[in-house]
Design a protein around this ligand. Structure first.
Ligand code: PLP
Length: 421
């Protein structure tokens, strides 16, 4: 069931009219559905019923405190990639014992904060990072629990910029260097080996690359155990794709993914860790925007809307497709027109879609961009001094603004002109 749908001709998030949110909060604004987040988390976690798993939600997909808090209450852990995200996860009440720390460039201060908090494990991505983590842990009189993120050299991911598991990507320890890295880790007094980690990409729409990676890493786990290392955890990362729009090809269901993973790992006695992000949050959020002008171009018409690439960068960055609909259901008599939907930012890349058919629109109409719950608000910026886009969480017939829209004065206050100028 979709939690964003027309009711009496007006698009709702659960039982709240999006026209009401647009009116009361203003646009552009992100709107998330608590029921959808809950359903996605439960469906994903449920796919591993009967197995010892930790579902560590990938905070970078949507890191709003309200979203983290909701998922934490459902039992989610967190996969964080910075000290900032660690602070968010802890502030949202996610226990440190359910937090894993990924990322290629962890700095000593971030390692220190994570060790102090007592996180589940560090996913170490290189030998220099291992040495740095060891030094921090020794200094603190602690041992850091680690997995190496290994790079299995498989092709996966819906776009070049979100494929991470090929040998040429910056991520993970090279496949050929993995065993030597474990041998080195075993010598270090500040390091405790606990597992192996792999994350091959994002928006992956087939099972085969996951299966290939799991089979390769399963072999590695057996070799590492034979070499005397204690491998208790197998972190398979995130990356399961979602449908972007009703005509898009449907990626495997979480149940199918779960069945494949269970079968491929049945012979390994390990605790499984997953780091889903997009699968949980992507279709749990929309971006609302108002048409500012309908502009006649030389050979095409533009819908100039009040959201822009600084609010939702996915189309500009990944050529991403977002389904777009008017929040007021069009009448059957409304003619269809071709439009380019663009924002006001001074970049040609500030284009959400080109030459797509929509019911004819006029200035003041509000549109909804679907599938914007992941990698949307988190990548927003203030380019063109456009205040950071606010976020709203809906649950049933209630809604709350869970991130405010800053005032321009507040933005300007963070800057200063030196007295000597
Ligand atoms: C981004 C990321 C994820 C989440 O990927 P999704 O495609 O959103 O599921 C998981 N793990 C790591 C290490 C990541 O960088």
């Amino acid at each position: 069931m979709r939690h964003f749908d027309y009711k009496d001709g007006v698009m709702h998030a659960e039982d709240v009219s999006l026209a009401r949110i647009a009116q009361e909060v203003g646009t552009p604004v992100y709107v998330y559905s608590a029921a959808t987040l809950t359903r996605h988390f439960n469906v994903f976690a449920g796919a591993f019923e009967g197995r010892d798993v930790l579902v560590a939600y990938s905070v970078k997909a949507n890191s709003n405190l309200a979203v983290l808090s909701l998922l934490g209450k459902l039992g989610a852990g967190a996969d964080v990639v910075s000290g900032g995200e660690l602070a968010r996860a802890l502030t949202a009440g996610i226990p440190a014992s359910k937090i894993v720390f990924s990322g290629v460039g962890k700095k000593p201060a971030e390692m220190r904060a994570a060790l102090k908090a007592g996180i589940r494990m560090f996913n170490v991505e290189s030998e220099p990072e291992l040495e740095a983590l060891n030094a921090v842990a020794v200094d603190m009189g602690m041992r850091a629990p680690i997995s190496f993120r290994v790079n299995p050299d498989v092709t996966a991911g819906g776009h070049e910029k979100i494929s991470t598991g090929k040998a040429e990507n910056k991520f993970g320890v090279a496949w050929s260097a993995a065993e030597a890295a474990y041998a080195r880790a075993a010598e270090l007094p500040g390091i405790e080996i606990v597992g192996v980690d792999v994350h091959i990409g994002s928006q992956i729409d087939e099972l085969a690359p996951f299966k290939a990676a799991i089979e390769k890493v399963s072999g590695l786990i057996e070799r590492l155990r034979a070499a005397g290392h204690s491998i208790k955890m197998f972190d398979i990362g995130g990356g399961l794709g979602i449908p972007y729009g009703s005509n898009a090809p449907a990626p495997p269901l979480p149940s199918e993914y779960g069945a494949m993973v269970k079968e491929a790992t049945a012979h390994l006695d390990v605790q499984m860790v997953f780091e889903p992000g997009r699968m949980i949050a992507g279709n749990a959020g929309v971006l609302l925007s108002t048409v500012t002008y309908v502009k006649r171009g030389e050979n095409r018409d533009f819908l100039i809307v009040d959201a822009a690439m600084n609010d939702l960068i996915r189309p500009a960055l990944y050529d991403a497709y977002h389904e777009i609909e008017p929040i007021i259901a069009p009448k059957p008599t409304t003619p269809q027109k071709l439009y380019d939907v663009v924002g006001p930012v001074c970049e040609s890349g500030d284009t959400f879609t080109k030459q797509r058919e929509f019911p004819q629109m006029v200035s003041g109409d509000v549109i909804v961009m679907h599938s914007a719950g992941a990698y949307g608000a988190v990548q927003a910026g203030q380019y063109n001094t456009r205040p950071l886009v606010p976020e709203v969480l809906v649950s049933g017939d209630r809604y709350a603004v869970v991130r405010d829209r800053p005032l321009v004065e507040e933005i300007l206050k963070t800057e200063s002109v030196p007295s000597w100028l």
